[in-house]
Design a protein around this ligand. Structure first.
Ligand SMILES: [Zn+2]
Length: 269
């Protein structure tokens, strides 16, 4: 910078133009370097290496918030094992058909959901706002992952989240998943809407809604500990080819399991 100022003083218009061009070049190079810190992705966190889960707490932007990823004691995901059965309310899912609104945000394939769909637990009601997918599953069951996990994210009036997790095991071709996979955009960070193509989430829920429940966090930065988790015990099926197709876009996006600490996971009896 100092050098450029010196050049400017008493310099010819030609020299000034060179100086300006060099400054601009340095500025652009710096911006590109910053963006490339995450393999060209816009968000500065990922799942591997220097921007992976072990480093989420050190991310320089929004440092305060991301500290929860490192220092939180009620983090997600967790391993679900040795779970006691207790008396709990049933989990109800009342989802309307809604148009596909889909985005590849480089961390997941994300679908925004139109208002009007909700889950209920006892007298509480939570509005579904989006759902997305993880490869492999983030939660483990008795130490083992499923090939994929779907997260249905609901918001409560008190700014808490309720996430219903649905495990996906390898098996039959899943036509409802195929409707979504057919529309995964090649362009990243841009939402595409298909008003005449409706998702019927009822087709993506298992018949049995028995669940595991615990309180935890978002599984991505800022890792806020304001999530009530419901994980359906029964997985749905997806074919090997469909898993492979998802991997073409997102090959791995599962945060490792976190310590349970003083929490207990319960299972509906
Ligand atoms: Zn998720």
């Amino acid at each position: 910078m100092k050098k450029n100022l010196t050049l400017n003083r008493g310099a010819s218009p030609f020299k000034f133009a060179i100086s300006f061009t060099i400054s601009l070049f340095i500025l652009i190079s710096f911006s590109l370097t910053y963006a490339n810190a995450d393999d060209g992705k816009i968000h500065p966190w990922g799942y591997e290496g220097g921007t992976g889960p072990d480093h989420w707490g050190e991310i320089e932007k929004d440092h305060e918030k991301h500290l929860m990823c490192r220092e939180g004691v009620n983090q997600s995901p967790v391993d679900i094992s040795h779970v006691p059965g207790v008396m709990l309310d049933d989990l109800g899912c009342h989802y309307l058909k809604a148009p596909i609104r889909i985005m590849n945000n480089t961390h997941t394939i994300h679908l925004s959901y139109d208002p009007g769909s909700f889950a209920n637990w006892g007298n509480e009601k939570f509005e579904l706002i989006q759902f997305h997918f993880h490869r492999h599953s983030e939660h483990l069951v008795n130490g083992k992952p499923y090939p994929m996990e779907m997260h249905l994210v609901h918001k409560t009036p008190g700014h808490q989240y309720v996430v219903i997790g649905i495990f996906m095991k390898e098996g039959k071709h899943n036509p409802e998943i195929q409707k979504i996979w057919n529309r995964i955009p090649k362009e990243i960070n841009k939402e595409f809407s298909y008003e005449n193509e409706l998702i019927d989430l009822a087709n993506l829920l298992p018949q049995n809604h028995e669940y595991f429940h615990y309180n935890g966090s978002l599984t991505t930065p800022p890792c806020s500990e304001n999530v009530s988790w419901f994980l359906l015990e029964t997985p749905i099926e997806i074919s090997e080819a469909q898993i492979k197709y998802f991997e073409k876009f997102i090959d791995h996006n599962a945060r490792p399991v976190q310590k349970l600490n003083h929490r207990i996971i319960v299972k509906i009896k």
